[in-house]
Design a protein around this ligand. Sequence first.
Ligand code: FE2
Ligand code: FE2
Length: 374
Amino acid sequence: MTTNFELIGRDDVDDLEAILSISNSDVDAIVHTVRAEADSLFTWDYARSRPALIKLYEKAKTSQWNAETDLDWSIEVDQAAVALANQVQMNGTEVFGENVELKGTVFSTWTEDQWIQLGIEMQNWSLSQFMHGEQGALICTAQIVETVPWIDAKYYAATQVMDEARHVEVFAKYLDTKLSGHYPINAHLEMLLDDIIADSRWDMTYLGMQIMVEGLALAAFGFMHQMTTEPLLKKLLRYVMSDEARHVAFGVLSLQEFYKELNSKEIRERQEFAFEAAVRMRDRFLQQEVWERMGVDVKEALTLVLQDPSRKEFQNILFSKIVPNCKKLGLLDAGDGWLRERFTELGVIQFEDWADTETEYADLDEVARDRATA
Ligand SMILES: [Fe+2]
Ligand SMILES: [Fe+2]
């Protein structure tokens, strides 16, 4: 098998030196500026000509929810108990699986309290990254409103802007009122969001945000939703996921149409963009900032993390929406299957025939389901 990680400047995907060489340098800044180069497009064609997008737009209008009143914020959260329950739920493998030899490492001397603290930091970190990612989505979809040339897509994207504002709102509120501290944005996530926002081609905003970032978010929320026993977080995630399923569908529906017009060189650029995004997202889940905060040697910790087969399984699941959607868009097999090879190297190709997200949103509408029950 050929390796192609030169594209991202490393010998292999687990090159820790390269991964750790990227860190967030403006953690104390309040504002982060990215220059967007895209044109804002008016369209004078107001005809409604895209039935699938019209349907999605109608769904978005009726499935809006209110973060203040649809969630029970009076629920109290015992974060240590949640951390412990998560560890039990995952048979202790959230941190290190049983196949990882801890003898001789700093972790062999850790007390129960330190493991619990690690679990707490991981929650703070995860929810913080969700919140930052949601702000990225807020900015990207506002950008799509401006840059996409189709009126039906502008209408739909406008509903998504509202969805994303609500998502930032709920994660920020959960962090502030139920958890015990924020983390700054992870450097790999920040780099990816910056690249997406800066790209002047409107379809790249879609590919980066709707397909890659949101596809991964949908899988990550699903995983956390399944794992957590905390009722407020569970419902919050259930509602966010119903929105996210529409967002990913929006990406698939729009790009399917647009990619038909692209030549092979242009498609290859999209494949490379998707691959780079995949690697950045994988890097972000190494949670390097958590190990730093726990005061351990980050490289030593991550070396152990990377040895852990159960960890790898979890990371791979994150790609379970992305790979089928890339396949549906024709990105997997275009140009001699370049992206298929890369996803094979990343160990995620096995998801190619899982459900894609073009129509899944109707089944995932938990907001409508709860209202029908009520
Ligand atoms: Fe979102
Ligand atoms: Fe979204």
